[in-house]
Design a binder for this molecule. Structure first.
Ligand code: SR1
Ligand code: MG
Length: 391
């Protein structure tokens, strides 16, 4: 990457850029707004008379913390290449990429502003009837298609080499798998939660299970993951779903993406009244159902593995993925509650006592998912365990 040609865009220079690239006529009047509400990047929405685009630019530091946390610009290239691959395997669920520039760390892509960020919609009471079906298909297709089973070990290894992503993995290794389990500086929680956080820090059994899951994250190279598939990485409507922001993409364990999606559904459920939780439970059951079905279909259709037809192999693998995912799900719930990066679903609960109770539940349920992951074999059981945690 040539750092000397990097400069951060402004609303004005983003307009000049899209005109220079010929995406709009020089004479056209365009509106330009910075709309990024994520933790890491600038996102410009550029709109002309008949069309609009999104210009996303990585900053050389983490926006959520500031310039004191330098961060590689390589992530823009990772995101652009991941989007193009995901677009190949799951075109209905991936934004189109029009242009990318490694030195400027930008990706110009389809404007999805007719959709809404799913987290925001869920918080406002939307239910998105197709989101679980679509997300399950997206995860199964992108994971299976980049695995040894579909690509064969040689091609897969070559692709894996191009998706190392050590700096963004380091963020996940710290923020998800390590810091929340110690009294680390990056942690962030209200004083009322301190006894609950301290309970986790003293739970050596939880730490052992977390260490095991961290090892899985560090060492498994099953497939090209999205790497950060929470509900803030999904644009949705009643009929459409698009998965965005794969800058954390890397070769990791099969169960990771589905775990993050379901954990974020459970956290939204914690913010809702009991009578409004059912659609989220249904999504959790559906996403697992769809994932298993689609993964199985692809396995039977295209599998380069000599043992593919060995009785029990696929069933064993799906059960293993489920067990890992139950654990990763619990870790995501814990880190979004006491770690650095929170979710609005929980932080936005206005009543202080209700907010504290929801966060305490998130920690306790999350810890149970981590420690008892070997005992869960179906999404219904996860939902039942979650409901027990509400008692
Ligand atoms: C410093 S980045 C914090 C979090 O934001 C991203 O979306 C990832 O979830 C990361 O852990
Ligand atoms: Mg993101």
């Amino acid at each position: 990457m040539n750092m000397s040609s990097y400069e951060s865009l402004t609303t004005g220079s983003a307009v000049s850029l899209v005109k220079k690239l010929g995406l709009f006529a020089e004479s056209e009047t365009l509106s330009s707004r910075e709309i990024g509400d994520g933790n890491l990047n600038y996102v410009f929405h550029i709109k002309g008379k008949e069309k609009s685009v999104i210009v996303k630019q990585a900053l050389p530091y983490a926006k959520v913390v500031g310039e004191s946390w330098p961060l590689t610009l390589e992530r823009a290239d990772i995101e652009n290449r991941a989007l193009r691959l995901q677009g190949k395997f799951a075109p209905d669920y991936t934004p189109k990429v029009y242009y990318s520039d490694k030195d400027l760390a930008i990706t110009i892509m389809e404007d999805l502003s007719h959709l809404e960020i799913a987290r925001t919609g869920f918080i406002n009471g939307e239910d998105y009837p197709l989101i679980a079906q679509h997300t399950g298909e997206f995860i199964a297709r992108t994971l299976y298609s980049t695995s040894d089973f579909a690509m064969g070990p040689q091609e897969k290894k070559k692709l894996q080499n191009t998706f190392c992503n050590p700096e963004l993995c380091d963020i996940t290794e710290g923020l998800v798998f390590t810091d929340p389990f110690f009294d680390a500086e990056t942690n962030d929680f209200e004083e009322g939660l301190r006894p609950d956080a301290e309970k986790l820090w003293q739970d050596s059994n939880l730490k052992l299970h977390t260490a095991q899951l961290k090892r899985l994250f560090l060492t498994s190279g099953d497939a090209l993951l999205h790497g950060d598939l929470h509900t803030g990485s999904i644009f949705a409507s009643e009929t459409e779903t698009k998965i965005i922001d794969p800058e954390f993409a890397f070769y990791g364990p099969f169960g990771f993406d589905i775990a993050h999606f379901t954990a974020n559904l459970f956290m939204n459920a914690l913010s809702r009244e009991d009578s409004r939780r059912e659609p989220l439970y249904a999504h959790i059951v559906t996403v697992w159902d769809v994932f298993n079905r689609e993964f199985t279909r692809l396995w039977k259709e295209n599998n380069t593995e000599a043992f593919a037809k060995t009785e029990g192999y696929l069933e064993w693998l799906l059960a293993d993925i489920f067990e890992q995912a139950a654990g990763f799900m619990g870790l995501e719930m814990i880190r979004r509650t006491i770690g650095l990066a929170h979710v609005k679903d929980l932080d936005g609960i206005e009543d202080e006592a209700a907010r504290l109770q929801a966060k305490q539940r998130s920690l306790a349920i999350g810890a149970r998912f981590v420690k008892e992951r070997h005992q869960f074999t179906s999404a219904d059981q996860l939902v039942s365990a979650f409901q027990e945690g509400l008692q």
